[in-house]
Design a protein around this ligand. Structure first.
Ligand SMILES: *Cc1c(COP(=O)(O)O)cnc(C)c1O
Length: 462
């Protein structure tokens, strides 16, 4: 009896499959280890009866390699309408910052080396003079983010001692940053004063005692207490702090280096003005209104900054060379007040006119309508963008969005259509993230300065 080949039932040996010319081609591109790993998975899948021939194996290996090697973190289009979106990476960086990061990333740099003296330098040196110049502070230091800045200042200045804070300012930001928790981790004892809505000067004065190390004011970035409320100004608090020889720290959160109101934006505390009121130390984020990389900036009195810099926690929370390079480049852009708003993307996007945004949306409309098909109705409508990152949640910026609505009369179908659309948008080569509101998908075009790239995707997908 002649033997009948039965290749369909039993998978080949690994060694044999690895020698297939097409498999060898994959090895040449991706290396033997990776191909072997995926091949074993594919052959197991054959054994279990899910696939049954050579072509299937090749296909499975190829797909698995692609999935493995696909970058997890990718560029997306932020059409949510929230400019400084924490989940989408906050501030976009200017080209100057990208170039500066690349320059130090490829090789050695003078990160902690003083080129003038040939001695060891401090990594803060690259940004400190700029921060001081732009805020009027005597000294400054930088750490990984603003939460770290708050932790570090509290620990360095008030470990095992008391910090006086108003009950109206015991903030939580983004769920994982709660002032009382950070304070406990910093080794400080929280001394709450006043009531949620009202805190008076005498509340602070009565709380100050021999164990008090610091007065803390936290900018209530992401909410506002309105109506019957009183909080002390920085100047009033500074007076109390000075009279009792206790330093005053203010956590500004976003903290702008320039007056946003002058740009037609809602007011946010300006760092230099806050320091002028007599505040001893401020902390603020590098990637919120400043428009730079993720960082926490600490600025204020030289003696306090020196103590903060000496803390072992500073070493643990310090920034890497790329962050410092990017931050320095962004701070340098602030040297020219005439051009900074145009050159710092976060500020440029925040100040973009509604007319300009609307024209972007209108330019996209026909191609989007063709891409989504007739089941969805597309138009351009006026919306409100938000600054984001906890800044000014009550204030909004007039903007324009592409609005997509299902034409179905059935509510369930409409909501399913929107979910399907959202998924399709997320699956684009450069995913598009919008927001769903009032039975429609809104694609706010504020952060879309170059619609060509998006238009190109809608063509290939159609
Ligand atoms: C955003 C914010 C923080 C945290 O800053 P990160 O840069 O996100 O670490 C802390 N305090 C306030 C008031 C904030 O607004």
């Amino acid at each position: 009896m002649t033997e009948v080949a039965q290749p369909m039932h039993r998978p080949p040996a690994v060694d044999k499959a690895l020698k297939w010319p097409d498999m060898q081609a994959l090895v040449a591109i991706h290396g033997r280890a990776l191909v072997l790993e995926c091949l074993r998975v594919a052959l197991e899948s054959w054994r279990q009866g899910h696939i049954s021939d050579e072509a299937d194996v090749l296909h499975a290996v190829q797909r698995q390699i692609e999935q493995l090697l696909a970058p997890s973190m990718r560029a997306v289009f932020n059409l949510t309408g929230t400019v400084l979106h924490t989940n989408l990476g906050r501030a976009p960086l200017p080209p100057e910052a990208i170039e500066a990061m690349t320059a130090v990333a490829v090789g050695a740099s003078n990160l902690e080396f003083d080129l003038e003296t040939g001695q060891r330098g401090d990594r803060d040196d690259h940004v400190e003079q700029w921060i001081c110049r732009l805020t009027g502070a005597e000294a400054a230091t930088v750490v990984n983010n603003n939460a770290a800045a708050v932790l570090l200042v509290l620990n360095a200045l008030a470990n095992r001692r008391e910090v006086v804070v108003s009950r109206g300012e015991l903030i939580e930001i983004g769920g994982s940053f709660r002032l009382p928790d950070i304070m406990a981790r910093a080794g400080c004892k929280l001394h709450e004063v006043g009531a949620t809505n009202r805190t008076h000067a005498k509340d602070y004065v009565e709380a100050i005692g021999p164990r008090t190390a610091l007065l803390l004011k936290a900018h209530t970035s992401n909410y506002r207490i309105e109506g019957f409320s009183t909080a002390l100004s920085e100047a009033q608090l500074a007076e109390i702090a000075r009279a009792h020889q206790v330093p005053l720290m203010v956590d500004l959160g976003a903290g702008s280096l320039i007056d946003l109101q002058a740009l037609g934006l809602p007011a946010e505390p300006v760092v230099s003005r806050v320091l002028q009121q007599g505040v001893d130390v401020v902390t603020f984020s590098g990637d919120k209104l400043l428009g730079g990389p993720q960082a926490g900036i600490i600025a204020g009195r030289a003696d306090l900054i020196a103590r903060i810099r000496k803390s072992p926690l500073k070493r643990a929370l310090r920034c890497d060379k790329m962050t410092l390079a990017a931050l320095e480049a962004v701070l340098r852009l602030y040297a020219d007040p005439q051009t900074l708003v145009q050159r710092i993307p976060a500020l440029r996007l925040l100040t973009r006119s509604q007319a300009d945004i609307q024209s972007t949306a209108e330019q996209l409309l026909p191609r989007l309508q063709a891409w989504v098909g007739e089941a969805l109705e597309v138009d351009v409508c006026a919306v409100s963008s938000q600054i984001g990152s906890g800044s000014l949640p009550l204030e909004v910026l007039p903007s324009a969005a592409l609005r997509l609505r299902s034409r179905s009369a059935n509510k369930r179908t409409r909501s399913r259509d929107l979910r399907t659309l959202a998924e399709r948008l997320r699956q684009l080569p450069q995913p598009v993230i919008g927001r769903i509101a009032d039975d429609s998908m809104l694609l706010d075009c504020r952060c879309l300065e170059h619609p060509e790239t998006l238009l190109a995707q809608w063509v290939t997908e159609a």
